[in-house]
Ligand binder design. Structure first.
Ligand code: SF4
Length: 310
């Protein structure tokens, strides 16, 4: 089957990057809450990627569009306002290492002005690479990886089929850090359900402390129709936390996670309340915002359900 270009799912900070697909889907397609659950991974041919890079180069230099190149290439390129490339898809770092090096080298040769390359990575992808291998990628301008531990609680990780433990996540992210690659880490409020809420929040604060990333973001669980967790919820085996309980989890995480210098945010559209700041220095202000809503229980201060997004 020929490679199907994936839809663009990307971190907000990559909105203006060029999106270059290396894979479609996610190699770890087992997480019970995720839209990639059960989706097959497709790996793109390296020659096809180079052909896209050549076409992009021609367009950026001479404005020429080739008829056999996917129109998205030109749509994305026409909005390019950064010197960044984001490698798609769900965990582009799974792309076979020698070929990944070849693609990054090609990007560097064609676009010497390129400043940063970014990708989603699973902890498993990082664990497959040595620090030396990751350093090679860093030298080729892989500047940041977006990793989603979702929880630091081993029970939650097991329940949602994450495929890695707390300690393995810490080890994978440690390797990226040692190689000089920045980390942006996301956690998922509500993933422990009602019964596991408190432990999930405390263990998530603990793993964030151990990872000590440059960026961290909290999202709030939204059940995706058709996923195993959605089915569990329909059968009454998993109970979603309430909006105010999600704020309690967020408060616990901000109170207990100990960062060196981390931009922490809950700005994502899945959250009921947006707070952001640099931790540790903005901790009191952020906690004050959360405490005010928790004390008044004024739900009109929360993002309405219909405005939430995945
Ligand atoms: S590793 Fe991430 S993208 Fe892949 S299935 Fe799990 S949550 Fe989804």
């Amino acid at each position: 089957m020929s490679f199907q270009r994936p839809q663009i799912f990307r971190p907000p900070s990559e909105a203006r990057s060029y999106f270059l697909p290396l894979t479609q889907g996610c190699s770890n397609n087992s997480c019970s809450f995720c839209r990639y659950n059960g989706a097959q991974l497709h790996v793109r041919d390296v020659e096809e990627i180079k052909e896209e890079i050549d076409a992009l180069d021609l367009y950026l230099r001479e404005g020429v569009c080739l008829p056999h190149i996917h129109p998205v290439v030109y749509q994305v390129a026409s909005h390019l306002t950064t010197k960044r490339v984001f490698l798609q898809d769900g965990d582009a770092l799974v792309y076979p290492y020698p070929k990944l090096v070849e693609v990054l080298q090609y990007l560097n040769v064609k676009f010497p002005w390129l400043e940063k390359i970014a990708a989603y990575a699973t902890p498993q992808d990082l664990l497959r690479r040595s620090v030396e291998e990751l350093k090679v990628l860093k030298e080729l301008k892989l500047d940041i990886v977006y990793v989603g531990p979702e929880s630091g609680d081993d029970e939650v990780l097991k329940h949602v089929n994450k495929g890695v433990t707390h300690d393995e996540i810490v080890e994978g992210t440690r390797r990226a850090k040692e190689a000089g690659i920045s980390l942006s880490v996301t956690v998922l409020l509500g993933l422990g359900g009602v019964t596991g809420s408190e432990r999930h929040a405390h263990e998530t604060a603990r793993i964030l402390t151990e990872i000590d990333p440059e960026y961290a973001g909290a999202l709030t669980l939204t059940l995706v129709h058709g996923t195993p967790l959605y089915e569990e919820s329909c059968q009454g085996k998993f109970e979603l936390i309430s909006p105010l309980q999600s704020l309690n989890e967020l408060k616990t995480i901000i109170e207990n996670a100990d960062f060196t210098n981390c931009f922490f945010s809950s700005m994502h559209a899945s959250n009921y309340l947006a707070v952001r700041g640099v931790l540790p220095q903005d901790r009191n202000r952020m906690l004050g915002q959360l405490s005010h809503v928790l004390k008044t229980e004024d739900e009109s201060l929360l993002r309405p359900e219909f405005m939430r997004e995945l």
